[in-house]
Design a protein around this ligand. Structure first.
Ligand SMILES: [Zn+2]
Length: 97
């Protein structure tokens, strides 16, 4: 079974194959890829939610940090902005190599 991260990576891959809407009407294939990508993202969300019900922990969709939370409406403070910056900086360093 795929992890949520793997599902989202596959979804992103599919979405990258589809040209921007300004490029003209979408083909049936392109519409299918987008639908499939949305389904993969849904599946990833559902997996994370099941994991949260079991463990009380869920990864923040903005920074990726796993936080313990009582509700999915709001996540507890976890230095989200700083963590997003750190993650972007790490990603930049990775692509520079
Ligand atoms: Zn966060």
């Amino acid at each position: 079974m795929s992890t949520p991260a793997e599902l989202r990576a596959r979804a992103a891959e599919l979405e990258q194959r589809v040209p921007p809407i300004t490029a003209g009407p979408r083909t049936d294939d392109e519409r299918m890829w987008l639908e499939k990508a949305a389904a993969l993202r849904d599946e990833a969300d559902q997996q994370e939610e099941r994991e949260w019900i079991r463990t009380g922990r869920i990864p923040c969709s903005d920074c990726g940090t796993v936080v313990r939370t009582e509700t999915l409406e709001t996540l507890p403070a976890h230095n989200c902005i700083a963590r997003q910056r750190a993650r972007r900086a790490a990603a930049d360093r990775a692509t520079e190599k």
